[in-house]
Each structure stands twice: as structure tokens, then as C-alpha cells.
Design a protein around this ligand. Structure first.
Ligand SMILES: Nc1ncnc2c1ncn2[C@@H]1O[C@H](COP(=O)(O)OP(=O)(O)O)[C@@H](O)[C@H]1O
Ligand SMILES: [Mg+2]
Length: 233
């Protein structure tokens, strides 16, 4: 892969929501270019559209106008079924709240994306166990989400996001509901795992200290990019 080709580009990306009969413009034309392996922090006030942007980058929602190119491919030309396959193979998502399936164990939740991609069960569970190890939870393999602490639930969610070796890891305030210490530990863990996998990692955070450690910080304001800063340059 040519590292000079951006892994991710947006071209005049717009998103509006319809609320009743009125249109609420949220993203008003974003042009972003992110290189493979970059760690990018997205910051901005609550309600500015950070989650909306991340959902578009991860193909969880479609834009009103504009494009998202992943490795040069315009992903919204895909139909919904193709888009689901693309998401499963290429994108790992960690949400603010874990979104784990309550009736499945930690191990089963982590293995799910691989099972959906038709990886044989034995192989999927072996890989899920390795990931449980990496997030420090091998003793929790057979616990259900309700039997885990908030920090542990998020670590399981991180392991699940990594299951299919996504090129792109997206995290939306992944530690938003944790205390400061668990929050910092979770961030360190995700950053470490993402770096060692040479993934492109985009994280929405309101922790400015963390944002400063990213390669790039994109600040949103009033639906546009207010700042796009390369750190350490
Ligand atoms: N599904 C939706 N329908 C209507 N409005 C929405 C929807 N999702 C988000 N919004 C609105 O869009 C704006 C941006 O939301 P969001 O992307 O969640 O912001 P942030 O993550 O930066 O806090 C907010 O004003 C929010 O109320
Ligand atoms: Mg949000």
C-alpha cells in the first residue's frame, strides 16, 4: 500500500437531519484527508456533529451530500448490503456505551464480527481469546456484560472492534462514562493496540491532553473544520 495515498478522504461532506418538517444542517461541507497509520483526535463542543461525522466515516449512516473515500473508493456508491460487508471487514467501532449483546459472554461478543464474516467458530474463538488476553480480561471470558465493570465492558468492546483486523479504528468518546483513572487506562490501551497494529485510528474525545498526543487534531465548530493541526510538526 502506498502510504502517500490517504486511507480516508472526505469531499465536501454534508449531513442534515430532518426534524419534523425542518432541516437541521449539522455538517456543512468537510474536506478531510487522513494518511494510513495516523492517529486523529476529533474535538469540539457537544452537539457540533462529532458523532455524526464518525458515523459517516464508519458507514453507519449516509451523508446528505459529498463523499467519503476509503483507499480511494467512494463507499456510498455501495448498496446497504455491500456497505455492511465493507464495515465488517474494514472498520472497527468503539462507541461511548459498549453496545455489547447482553445475552452473550465476553468471548462470544468479541468473536461475533468474525462469525458474521463466516470465519470457522474454533478459529474465531481462538482469536477472541488472544484479544481477551491483550485487553487483560482472559479470566472474564465467560462473563456476560452485566457481570463486568464499566471499564471491563469497554475493554471487551475494544477487543470486539479489533476482531477482524480493521484498517480503520473509530472510537466515539470511548471512555465517556468512566472515571478519570479507568478512562486514561482505556485510552492508553486503545492507543497502544492501534499503534502496534499500524491502524488508522480516529477518536472523538473531549480530553484535550489526550488530543495533544494524537498525530492530528481536527476541531469542529458550527458544522465546519475550525482547526486541522498536525501535532509535533
Ligand atoms: N438522528 C438524528 N435526528 C435528528 N437530529 C440529530 C440526530 N442525530 C443527531 N442530531 C443532532 O445533530 C447535532 C449533532 O449531533 P452529534 O453528532 O451527536 O453531536 P456531538 O457528537 O458532537 O455531540 C445535534 O444537534 C443533535 O441534536
Ligand atoms: Mg457525540
Amino acid at each position: 500500500m502506498n502510504p502517500e495515498i490517504p486511507i480516508l478522504e472526505t469531499k465536501h461532506l454534508e449531513k442534515s437531519y430532518w426534524v419534523g418538517r425542518s432541516r437541521l444542517p449539522v455538517l456543512k461541507g468537510l474536506d478531510i484527508e487522513i494518511k494510513a497509520g495516523e492517529i486523529v483526535a476529533i474535538i469540539g463542543p457537544s452537539g457540533v456533529g462529532k458523532s455524526t461525522l464518525l458515523h459517516l466515516l464508519g458507514a453507519l449512516d449516509r451523508p446528505s451530500r459529498g463523499k467519503v473515500l476509503i483507499q480511494g473508493v467512494d463507499i456510498f456508491r455501495y448498496n446497504d448490503e455491500q456497505l455492511a460487508i465493507f464495515r465488517n471487514r474494514t472498520v472497527g467501532f468503539v462507541f461511548q456505551f459498549h453496545h455489547l449483546l447482553p445475552e452473550f459472554t465476553a468471548l462470544e461478543n468479541i468473536a461475533m464480527p468474525a462469525l458474521m464474516a463466516r470465519v470457522p467458530q474454533k478459529q474465531a474463538y481462538r482469536k477472541a481469546m488472544e484479544l481477551l488476553n491483550e485487553v487483560g480480561l482472559w479470566q472474564r471470558a465467560h462473563h456476560r456484560p452485566a457481570e463486568l465493570s464499566g471499564g471491563e465492558q469497554q475493554r471487551v468492546a475494544v477487543a470486539r472492534a479489533l476482531m477482524n483486523n480493521p484498517r480503520l479504528l473509530l472510537a466515539d468518546e470511548p471512555s465517556g462514562n468512566l472515571d478519570q483513572r479507568s478512562s486514561n487506562a482505556l485510552h492508553r490501551l486503545i492507543w497502544h493496540l492501534s499503534r502496534t497494529r499500524n491502524q488508522t485510528f480516529i477518536v472523538v474525545t473531549h480530553n484535550l491532553q489526550l488530543a495533544e498526543q494524537a498525530d492530528r487534531v481536527i476541531e469542529l465548530s458550527d458544522g465546519r473544520i475550525k482547526n486541522n493541526i498536525l501535532n509535533g510538526v
